[in-house]
Design a protein around this ligand. Structure first.
Ligand SMILES: Nc1ncnc2c1ncn2[C@@H]1O[C@H](COP(=O)(O)OP(=O)(O)OP(=O)(O)O)[C@@H](O)[C@H]1O
Length: 308
C-alpha cells in the first residue's frame, strides 16, 4: 500500500521551549486504520495537529498525498477530516446547517443527499434541526464527526473519539469507522481504550516523550510480543517453589496455591511439557490449568514502562 501521509524527521518545539516532537518519522498507508497510542502528554495531539497544518513544525516535513502541509496548506487540508479531542461547536447552530457549512468551507459544492446519508449513518438525522447546545455529549461528538466528514475527506483523524461516550454509542461509532474504511478512507485514531484499538486497527504506532517507539502491523506485534501465561492451580498450597523448578521462573500466588508460568507463544518450544513433568517429579499435584494471552494493553504498558 502506498503512503498517503509522510512525516519526515518532524520536530516541534513550543514557544515555551518544550520539545513535544523529537524527530518523528511516520508513513501512513492509504486505506489503513492506524492507531496512535501513547500516554498523556506523549505528543499525539501535537503530531496530528501538525499533519493537519494547524500547528507549525519547527523542522522536518509533512506531506499529504504529495502536498506539503506548510507550503501547500489548502490542498493538503482539503483531503483531511479532523475530529478534535475537545468539543468545539457553535451552540446556536443547527446540526444540518453546521454540516452543510463545513462542506462549503472546503469549497465543495452543496450535496444535501450526501449530508443526509452522513447524518443518518451517525444517527443524527432526527436531530438535524436541533441546536448543538441542546444535544448530549455523545451526540455532540457525533456532530463533530459529521462536520469532519462533510467534505468527503480521504483521511480522517479521530483524536479520542470515544472519550466520555457510553458503550452503545462507542459501538456504533466503530461501525461508522468500519464503513468508512470500506469506502477506502484512511483513518488515524488515538484512544485510551486500547482494547478498541486492538479490535479495529490494522497497524499500531506507539509514541512516548515525542518519539515513535514502534510502528507495526497489529497482528505481527501481537505475535511477536504477545506472551502467554499458564496459571497452574495446585491441589495443596506450598510455602516455596521447589529448587528443581527454579529454571522455569514461576511466580507463586499469595495463597501459595497458584503458580504462573510466562512463555513466548511464538517460540517453537514453550517448555510446558517439560514443566508439567518437572512439577510431577517435584510431587506437586495439579487441580487446574488456565492460559491467558497478553493483550495489546499489556504490550503497550510494558513498552512505555521500559522507556521510562
Ligand atoms: N501550546 C503548547 N505550549 C507548550 N507546550 C505544549 C503545548 N501544547 C502541548 N504542549 C505540551 O506538549 C506535550 C505533548 O502534548 P500533546 O497534547 O501533543 O500530548 P498527547 O499525547 O495528545 O496527550 P493526551 O493523551 O493527554 O491528549 C505535553 O507535554 C504538553 O504539555
Amino acid at each position: 500500500m502506498a503512503a498517503i501521509v509522510s512525516v519526515e524527521n518532524l520536530r516541534k518545539v513550543y514557544d515555551s521551549g518544550f520539545e513535544a516532537l523529537k524527530g518523528v518519522d511516520l508513513e501512513i498507508r492509504e486505506g489503513e486504520i492506524l492507531a496512535l497510542l501513547g500516554p498523556n502528554g506523549a505528543g499525539k495531539t501535537t503530531l496530528i495537529s501538525t499533519i493537519c497544518g494547524i500547528t507549525r513544525p519547527t523542522s522536518g516535513r509533512v506531506t499529504v498525498a504529495g502536498h506539503d502541509v506548510v507550503t501547500d496548506y489548502r490542498a493538503s487540508r482539503r483531503l483531511i477530516g479532523l475530529v478534535p479531542q475537545e468539543i468545539t461547536l457553535e451552540p446556536f447552530t443547527k446540526v444540518m446547517v453546521a454540516a452543510r457549512f463545513t462542506r462549503g468551507l472546503f469549497g465543495k459544492a452543496p450535496d444535501d443527499a450526501y449530508i443526509e446519508r452522513l447524518l443518518r449513518q451517525l444517527s443524527l438525522w432526527d436531530k438535524r434541526e436541533a441546536m448543538t447546545k441542546e444535544l448530549s455529549g455523545g451526540m455532540k461528538r457525533r456532530v463533530l464527526i459529521a462536520k469532519a466528514l462533510a467534505h468527503q475527506p480521504r483521511i480522517l483523524f479521530l483524536d479520542e473519539p470515544t472519550a466520555g461516550v457510553d458503550v452503545d454509542l462507542r459501538k456504533s461509532m466503530w461501525e461508522v469507522v468500519e464503513a468508512l474504511r470500506a469506502d477506502g478512507v484512511t483513518i488515524i485514531l488515538t484512544t485510551h481504550y486500547i482494547e478498541e484499538a486492538e479490535a479495529i486497527a490494522d497497524r499500531i504506532a506507539v509514541i512516548n516523550g515525542g518519539r515513535i517507539l514502534l510502528v507495526e502491523e497489529k497482528d505481527r506485534l501481537m505475535r511477536r510480543m504477545g506472551r502467554k501465561e499458564l496459571t497452574i492451580e495446585l491441589q495443596c498450597p506450598i510455602d516455596a517453589i521447589p529448587e528443581t523448578l527454579a529454571a522455569f521462573e514461576l511466580v507463586r500466588g499469595e495463597d501459595g496455591q497458584t503458580l504462573t508460568y510466562s512463555y513466548d507463544r511464538a517460540a517453537e518450544r514453550t517448555g510446558i511439557v517439560t514443566l508439567l513433568s518437572a512439577l510431577s517429579e517435584a510431587g506437586l499435584v495439579l487441580r487446574d490449568l488456565q492460559t491467558r494471552q497478553n493483550s495489546l494493553e499489556d504490550i503497550f504498558v510494558g513498552l512505555v514502562r521500559e522507556e521510562a
